[in-house]
Design a protein around this ligand. Structure first.
Ligand SMILES: NC(=O)c1ccc[n+]([C@@H]2O[C@H](COP(=O)([O-])OP(=O)(O)OC[C@H]3O[C@@H](n4cnc5c(N)ncnc54)[C@H](O)[C@@H]3O)[C@@H](O)[C@H]2O)c1
Ligand SMILES: O=C(O)[C@H]1O[C@H](OP(=O)(O)OP(=O)(O)OC[C@H]2O[C@@H](n3ccc(=O)[nH]c3=O)[C@H](O)[C@@H]2O)[C@H](O)[C@@H](O)[C@@H]1O
Length: 377
């Protein structure tokens, strides 16, 4: 066998190492922040990925099981050296080394989260535990549904909510409430008590940034625990391009109906209210929360409040004045009113939504018309 001696004293280390990959020299290798986006093939997640990819320092990894998301939403990044896509169900452990996690994976539309309620709870509870065990800064996109059918209006982050624990929506509402509890228990249990209260940040997409087990187990100094923030953001109703066309949420339903010349289906009584945030504003809020020092929860949403009848009138007027508005049966436990108080987001994140409903609807209409295949007349 050839030894270093028999080789005339020349050993492998005296030669320059082989070039592992020409990409080493590419500009993409400036990337030094590895970010995991769970649910990144979904509606909000894919817009978040687009924004994160704009920063050349970011390497973005998406983990998604495609239950409600689609690879199509990420097609533009497939061959990009700073992007990776993993088919993965977060109820199973995932081993990746990342610096930050935007944890969005969870079906969001009521028809999907009710479809397999037990799976929805597992995604929120086991999935969140699996993500917390990855040792990194984590932001959870919680939901205004944690306020249930709210008795406080508008909803502030310190309101504990009015949630039916055994109803058909509970798998989502209570699932997210447990996910928030996990975020804060990890945060408290692993050294956050030594940190300033500013470690807690909330967003209208109620999100949470948390502490990991691992840092605790290796007894890192307190200064290192800084990296283990948990951020909780409560997201309010978000709309925009790439929503699933038939996903049952009100803005996507009304737009698809208006484009297809079908009546707009207002669920009874029609006086229930919601506040709609355009997706680009939402993504901006989520990134600000992650990049800041706040732990949350923070409401992220647009405080403009509409009844469902008003929303139907707006869509009718803007897209198809000839269509009818009809009233249809509602589903149980539908919250009667919802509007975020975004004082905290304004003060702590310098964030507030910019895009009004009247400006956001045409942007979404363009995308829906392309996908449905019915151009504007
Ligand atoms: N859109 C809103 O109005 C809104 C409001 C409040 C909170 N949120 C939260 O924001 C997040 C994203 O919402 P969205 O509107 O983009 O929904 P979406 O359904 O478009 O996206 C969710 C993504 O998660 C994936 N997913 C679901 N279960 C998974 C699992 N077990 N493992 C891996 N991937 C899984 C889906 O395939 C999909 O790509 C969700 O956590 C939701 O609860 C959304
Ligand atoms: O923002 C939130 O925190 C949550 O809000 C929504 O839940 P919901 O407000 O019930 O959203 P929709 O299903 O879009 O319903 C909104 C309202 O529109 C009404 N609606 C819905 C669909 C329809 O065709 N017509 C209609 O009048 C519903 O009765 C409800 O009052 C989303 O589905 C969740 O993803 C999200 O977490």
């Amino acid at each position: 066998m050839a030894t270093e001696e028999s080789n005339g004293g020349k050993n492998a280390s005296s030669k320059p190492p082989p070039e592992p990959s020409p990409l080493r020299r590419a500009k993409y290798f400036k990337a030094n922040m590895r970010i995991l986006v769970t649910g990144g093939a979904g509606f909000i997640g894919s817009h978040l990925v687009d924004k994160l990819m704009e920063n050349e320092e970011n390497m973005v990894i998406v983990a998604d099981n495609y239950f409600t998301g689609s690879k199509d939403n990420l097609r533009q990044w497939f061959d990009h050296p700073r992007f990776e896509l993993i088919r993965h169900d977060i109820t199973k452990p995932l081993l990746v080394e990342v610096d930050k996690i935007y944890h969005l994976a969870c079906p969001a539309s009521p028809i999907f989260y009710k479809y397999n309620a037990v799976k929805t709870i597992k995604t929120n509870v086991i999935g969140t535990l699996n993500m917390l065990d990855l040792l990194s800064e984590i932001l959870l996109t919680s939901t205004s549904e944690v306020y249930g059918d709210p008795l406080v209006h508008p909803q502030t982050e310190d309101y504990w909510g009015n949630v039916n624990p055994i109803g058909v929506r509970s798998c989502y509402d209570e699932g997210k409430r447990v996910a928030e509890t996990l975020m804060f228990d990890y945060h408290r249990q692993h050294g956050i008590g030594n940190c300033s209260p500013s470690f807690i940040a909330y967003v209208s997409a109620r999100s949470i940034l948390n502490t990991s087990n691992w840092y605790n187990s290796i007894k890192v100094p307190n200064c290192m625990k800084w990296f283990n923030r948990n951020t909780d953001r409560k997201i309010f109703n978000t709309y925009g391009p790439r929503m699933n066309i038939d996903d049952g949420r009100v803005v996507s339903n009304f737009l698809a109906q208006a484009i297809r010349d079908e009546p707009l289906s207002v669920q009874l009584p029609g006086t229930q209210t919601r506040s709609f945030c355009y997706v680009a504003d939402m993504v901006d809020g989520l990134i600000r929360l992650m990049e800041g020092d706040n732990t949350g929860p923070i409401n992220i949403g647009n405080p403009g409040e509409f009844t469902m009848l008003e929303l139907a009138e707006t869509v009718k007027e803007m897209i198809n004045p000839a269509i009818e508005i009809i009233k249809v049966e509602n589903t149980p436990d539908d919250p009667r009113q919802r509007k975020p108080d975004i004082t905290k987001a304004k003060e702590l994140l310098g964030w507030e939504p910019i895009i009004k409903l009247q400006d956001g609807i045409p942007l979404m209409e363009e995308d829906f018309r392309k996908r449905i295949g019915i151009p504007r007349k």
